[in-house]
Design a protein around this ligand. Structure first.
Ligand SMILES: [Zn+2]
Length: 384
């Protein structure tokens, strides 16, 4: 059971916990990893409050973990470094290898968060699911991102929101990367614009959906579940169910990047449409597609993303390909070789395997890494 949630700067790393001792799934909800995204904090507070007030007999437990506490207090995305870009294998190993005295800015936040997650995800626990709640600077409907392993996909589908594939691959170093390395199922949910009260409702409703769809509780135990369902359904009506990211517009502070006003996520744009301006002049869409997460805030290194709808059948086909482990045949194809040092990686010589699209590797459960020696590099995602 939980007590009243503190609201000041002294909030503990573990914001709240609800557990009635019944066996089941442990849901770990991370909120506020970006300090200017308080909607997730409010949303999980409401869920924990409702559970405690009604004494709901959950099968399993819910734990809420605070991300960037100092940035939340300052209401900034981050103070020195984006806490959701610091989770590459190398960066995490470095935090573990150095003492706390080496910490400055977000490093201290990461060390504490890592220690908390270590506890919550420690083996032999095999029944933990992580949900990471966010909001965006631009207006837009709620959606879900995940590292495309079959186990994370199952959780992402429980949200019943539009699913965005490859966002974490385009960015790199997000908490999702770290969780994928640990083979932990996880999903990131974007609720809408930062300070829009509807974003809180979207995130709250999505957490209820996950709780119900993963069997922690019955829909009847949630007082306003039908209202949440109706609101979420209306928010995503007409949107594609699955979208694959095909382009990321990376920016640096010196670019003086400014989105043109009035653009939101899922807006259809054509190649050549001017979307923003920077110090070099107008910034046009390099391909046609759906605009995702246009940046309308000072901090951040992703100007915007472009995505394309993927047929829903793609998910079923890819599940079959992966279950059969058809990827074992890939290295026998011309131009594709196993990395001699890391056998789960494939090196693709595009002069030979020119016909082989990136999507085929995604289908088979691989993610792309930066190219090496002129070859494309793909690594197989870790399945639970
Ligand atoms: Zn965020």
């Amino acid at each position: 059971m939980i007590g009243a949630l503190p609201t000041g700067h002294d909030r503990p790393r573990i914001l709240g916990r609800y557990d009635t001792g019944r066996p089941g799934l442990a849901l770990v909800v991370v909120v506020g990893i970006h300090g200017n995204e308080p909607a997730g904090v409010t949303a999980i507070g409401r869920v924990l409050d409702t559970l405690a007030r009604r004494g709901v007999p959950v099968r399993g437990s819910v734990v809420a973990v605070l991300g960037n506490r100092a940035a939340l207090a300052a209401r900034r995305r981050f103070l020195h470094q984006d806490l959701n870009r610091m989770w590459t294998r190398e960066a995490v190993a470095q935090v573990r290898a150095t003492g706390a005295s080496a910490d400055g800015g977000e490093r201290g936040e990461q060390r504490e968060l890592l220690a908390t997650l270590d506890q919550l995800l420690a083996p032999p626990r095999s029944d933990v699911v992580v949900v990471d709640l966010h909001s965006t600077s631009a207006p837009g409907p709620p959606f879900a991102c995940f590292s495309d392993t079959l186990s994370s996909r199952a959780v992402a589908r429980a949200t019943e929101l539009p699913l965005i594939l490859g966002l974490e691959e385009a960015i790199g170093g997000t908490l999702l990367d770290y969780l994928e390395d640990l083979a932990r199922p996880a999903v990131l949910v974007e609720g809408g614009q930062h300070d829009d009260p509807t974003s809180v409702l979207h995130l709250e409703g999505t957490v209820w959906r996950i709780l119900v769809r993963t069997g922690l509780l019955d829909a009847a135990a949630v007082p306003d579940f039908p209202e949440h369902e109706a609101r979420l359904a209306a928010a995503v009506r007409g949107l594609p169910r699955v979208v694959e990211v095909v382009y990321r517009h990376a920016i640096a502070d010196a670019d003086r990047f400014r989105m043109r006003p009035g653009l939101g996520s899922f807006r259809a744009v054509r190649r050549g449409d001017v979307l923003a301006d920077d110090r070099r002049g107008p910034v046009a869409a390099p391909v046609s597609g759906l605009l995702l997460m246009p940046l309308y805030q000072e901090q951040g290194n992703d100007g915007f993303f472009l995505g394309r709808p993927v047929r829903r059948s793609w998910l079923s086909v890819s599940r079959i390909v992966r279950t059969l482990r058809a990827d074992r045949l890939l290295p026998s194809l011309p131009g594709i070789a196993r990395d001699p040092d890391r056998p789960h990686r494939l090196l693709v010589d595009t002069r030979v395997a020119r016909w082989f699209p990136r999507q085929a590797f995604h289908l088979a459960g691989f993610r792309q890494l930066p190219p090496r020696d002129g070859k494309l590099v793909f690594t197989r995602r870790v399945e639970t």
